[in-house]
Ligand binder design. Structure first.
Ligand code: FMN
Length: 230
C-alpha cells in the first residue's frame, strides 16, 4: 500500500512539473512574442526612420542640386571702352559666376563714342531716342533658366544706362530672378538707370545696384560682391 501511495505521489509530482514546464514555456513564448512584437516595431520604426532618413536625405540632395542649379550667377555686361568689362570680370571671379558680353552688331568706334564731337554717333543717338535701338550679336543666353541671379553692367551715358543693354533687357524674362545692376562712370551715380531698366524688363526682383568709378580696383569690386551674401 505504501508503495502504491508513493507511486501515486510520484505520478502527481511528475505531472505538476510538466505543467509548470509548459507554463514556463508558454510564458517564454509570450515574452518572446512580446519581444518579437517590440523587435518588429523597433525594426519597422527603424526601417521607417531609415526610409524616412533616406527619403529626406535624397530630398535634401535633390533640393541641394536644385539650389545649386538655380543658384547660378550670371554677369551680363556691355562695355564700350573696357572699364565695365573689368568690373564685370572682377564680380564673376569673386562669385564664381559666368559672364555674357553684349556686343552690338555695329560696334562703337572711338569716333562714334566721342561725345565732344557734334554729330558723332553717340550724340545723334542721345539727341534722338528712336536711334537707340541697338541690335546685338546675341541677346539670349544659353541655359538662362539655370541662373538665379543676374548682374547687368553698363557704362553711364548721359546719366542713364548705355542703351546697348536695352535690347537684352527687353528680350529676356527675368521672372524669379534677382537682378543686380552695376555701372561704371566718370562721376555720375547710378541715377535712375536701374529703375528705367527694371521698367523696360517688366519682371524680376531688381536690386538697387552699385556704381563704380571708371578705374575701380579689383579689391573694391570684390568687397562689394562678397558683401551681397550670394
Ligand atoms: C557717350 C558717353 C557718355 C558718357 N556720359 C557720362 C555721364 O553722364 N556721367 C559720367 O560720369 N560719365 C559719363 N561717361 C563716362 C563713362 O561712363 C565711363 O568712362 C565708363 O567707365 C565707360 O565704361 P566702358 O569703358 O565700360 O565703356 C560717358 C562716356 C561716354 C562715351
Amino acid at each position: 500500500m505504501k508503495k502504491f501511495i508513493s507511486l501515486f505521489l510520484s505520478i502527481i509530482l511528475i505531472f505538476s512539473f510538466t505543467a509548470c514546464g509548459n507554463t514556463q514555456n508558454s510564458s517564454t513564448v509570450t515574452d518572446s512574442t512580446e519581444q518579437n512584437t517590440i523587435d518588429n516595431v523597433t525594426t519597422e520604426s527603424s526601417e521607417n526612420s531609415t526610409t524616412e532618413y533616406e527619403t529626406s536625405s535624397t530630398e535634401s540632395a535633390e533640393q541641394q542640386e536644385d539650389a545649386e542649379a538655380s543658384g547660378k550667377i550670371l554677369v551680363v555686361y556691355y562695355s564700350a571702352s573696357g572699364n565695365t568689362e573689368r568690373v564685370a570680370h572682377d564680380i564673376a571671379d569673386t562669385l564664381n559666376a559666368d559672364t555674357f558680353e553684349l556686343v552690338p552688331e555695329n560696334p562703337y568706334t572711338e569716333d562714334d563714342l566721342d561725345w565732344t564731337q557734334d554729330g558723332s554717333r553717340v550724340n545723334k543717338e542721345h539727341e534722338d531716342e528712336t536711334l537707340r535701338d541697338i541690335p546685338l550679336m546675341q541677346d539670349t543666353v544659353e541655359n538662362w533658366d539655370e541662373y538665379d541671379t543676374v548682374f547687368i553692367g553698363y557704362p553711364i551715358w548721359w546719366g542713364i544706362a548705355a542703351w546697348p543693354v536695352n535690347e537684352f533687357v527687353t528680350s529676356n524674362d527675368f521672372m524669379g530672378k534677382t537682378v543686380i545692376p552695376f555701372a561704371t562712370s566718370a562721376s555720375s551715380g547710378m541715377g535712375e538707370s536701374g529703375k528705367l531698366l527694371e521698367e523696360m524688363a517688366g519682371s524680376g526682383d531688381w536690386q538697387e545696384g552699385q556704381r563704380f568709378s571708371s578705374g575701380a580696383s579689383t579689391e573694391d569690386v570684390a568687397a562689394w560682391a562678397n558683401g551681397l551674401g550670394l
